[in-house]
Design a protein around this ligand. Sequence first.
Ligand code: FAD
Ligand code: NAD
Length: 474
Amino acid sequence: PGPQLPHDPEKKTIVVLGSGWGATSFLNTLDTTDYNVVVISPRNYFLFTPLLPSVAVGTLSPRSILQPTRYVTRHKTRTVEVIEAEAQSVDPVNKTVSFVDNSDIQGTVSSTTIPYDYLVYAVGAETQTFGIPGVTEHACFMKELNDAEKMQRRFLDCLESAAFPGQSEDEIERLLHMVVVGGGPTGVELSGELHDFLEEDLKSWYPELAGKIKITLVEALPSVLPMFSKRLIDYTMSTFKESKIDILTQTMVKEVKERSVLLAMPDKSIVDMPCGMVVWAAGNRGRKVTQDLMAQLAGAQTNKRGITIDEYMEMKGSNGSIFAIGDCTSSAHAPTAQVAQQQGSYLARAFAQRVKRDRLVDQVADLERSAAMSLHEDDRKKVLAEAEAAKRQLAKFKIRPFSYSHQGTLAYIGSDKAIADLPFLNGSFASGGLLTYYFWRSAYISTLFSLRNRTLVATDWLRTKIFGRDVSRE
Ligand code: FAD
Ligand code: NAD
């Protein structure tokens, strides 16, 4: 039989907000037989973020790391409704979500409100700017697909403008200076990818400019990649030194201007450093819709870093109706894809258990009702005994709490080198270099959700190896 109608009034409705790591993993694992499921997200696809910096420099095509959300939902036993829209507010008391169609083309209806029984809240986070002047206006981010595309256009624009006849040496130097802010994994991986682009392609496409390009990575803390072991931090620093990527640690960006960045140096002096492009990768902050939701449950939600959840992913204060996963939460785990993915599949399995528990609750209520209506004492006793047995089963019923299994941390640092901190025999194993790079590639290829994406990414890697990256600017 084909998929049934989307909405069955007998079944509970799960509304999923988001189509990122957490939501997609939830949808992949969820058995939809017993629920109505509605997915709401402003983008109708999943984005494989670990390979986003590779898209920014043209190693991979954007489409290779996207998976339409309907690819996941079409294989489900019952129809899942996918709505491309942005949730604007959640009412945790009346259990409703209001959302708007933010796309360029809209019909006569572009906003509405729907009820939910359970809300799976997986809207991720946005890039933290700390309110630093000029960041939103002049810097590129590295979070969404359009950020990577914008950065690529900007980078190529800088090259073409530097190649314009009669440009002064100072201006060429400025245009060819790329500044990456944030020495977390996003900033480091992006710097590495930019360097590869420079080494492998720009030397042949723009030979007159290639030697003049400069990459600077600015980090406020004393070291980059604090989540990695000291040995791998040192390895990254020395690889960057060989690659001529300047790392400025203990240096804080105070302002981003149209043609420069203002830096507070370790000696407290302020330096105005000219540059052609700034990529801002300074971490995460909660979205407005998340802050508004938390404010409505202020008694239980006091952590500014994100939604407080318990070990069942339940948002504290929501009375069992909102479950939050991924970067929008503040838990003991780092905001990573690995965590969001495990939380998503855990939650889907917990929902399967919840169906069994709800059935037992209904069974007990039905039996007690029919016992009360029994005319014969013998029948009544029999039904009450059955109700007691169902109650005992219910008392034993426990949904297992979430437990995170860390698979290790990997990062690409350019020059065909990657670093890996892997849990190994209860300790950890740190490795860096070419072999780790092949491990990085195979780990990411196998993590991609579909065979289609795996094929596209592998083909792109081969295409780049043979023909180089595309430097045409759209
Ligand atoms: P996301 O994946 O960001 O998904 C959020 C979803 O919510 C999106 O679909 C978004 O469109 C949607 N949304 C936004 N606003 C709304 C709204 N108002 N209503 C409804 N939906 C909304 N982690 C790793 O473990 N390993 C890595 O190698 C790695 N590399 C990374 C590289 C980069 C460049 C970046 C930016 C991050 C990387 N991460 C990595 C971190 C990882 O991407 C995040 O931790 C992960 O995406 C979190 O998953 P999530 O589902 O919480 O959020
Ligand atoms: P991050 O929070 O890890 O790093 C941001 C860095 O920017 C911090 O070190 C901070 O000190 C610095 N910073 C902030 N403001 C600054 C300023 N004004 N001037 C200079 N430096 C400033 O952010 P991220 O790298 O985007 O990572 C976000 C999350 O995604 C993390 O949990 C990370 O582990 C995960 N991630 C993982 C991978 C991977 O595993 N390969 C890749 C990317 C992201």
